[in-house]
Design a protein. Sequence first.
Length: 257
Amino acid sequence: MAPSVLIGAWVAAGLTLFMFSFLYKDNPFFRFGEHLYVGVSMGYTIVRIYYDVMVKSLYVPVAQEGKWWFLIAALLGLLILTRFIPKISWLSRISFAVIVGFGSGVAIPRIISSNILQQVQGTLKPILNSGQSPFGMAQFNALLILVGVITVLIYFFFSIEHKGPIKVAARIGIYFLMINFGAGFGYTVMARMSLLIGRFDDLILFASRDYGYASLVLLGLIAFGLFLWERRSIAISGPYQDPRATGNDTGDERPLR
């Protein structure tokens, strides 16, 4: 096995066990893994943003393709940083105005198209295309989706009082919403369980002889490290003693006469 693969297995197993050590309590191993994860994530994000924005979207078009007008966008981006200089912080308003105006002009039509028009089309198209075909599961699903969409919209329509048929439709919309929330929560739990199973699968794989029993060795070292850390914490803080046993009780208890 290549040394790089072996080292990667040991590092992956060690960091995974560091994070799982929080199941015992907050400890230096978990804090090290947490800080390393946040630091590496932020470093990777900053490098990717620099490469994707400063290099690919600014330097390459300007220096290699001659698109000098991209410097205008770069200038607007730099004006945002004037927020940190109180005397000229008003210049940042120009950039924010351009961002809000241009962003709204681009985003509003796309939102209307994707969140409204295409949703209406996706809801009605299966029913309209059913034609003369017999009523089956596909038509039932399309009809169920249509009822769910309409009743949920009625539930969020507060311009009229919810009573009579409107109240019944709103109540049905609540049921659809609760089913959706339940399904979404179940999907989230299953996704987290899938991640957990994946980490356990890797730990079992890294515990084999091919990887030098990485998971087992590191688990033993972490357990030994937690033992030493606990002993050091007890030595610093001192063992717990009952105040009543040492005569240092400061309570209001008085002896009975």
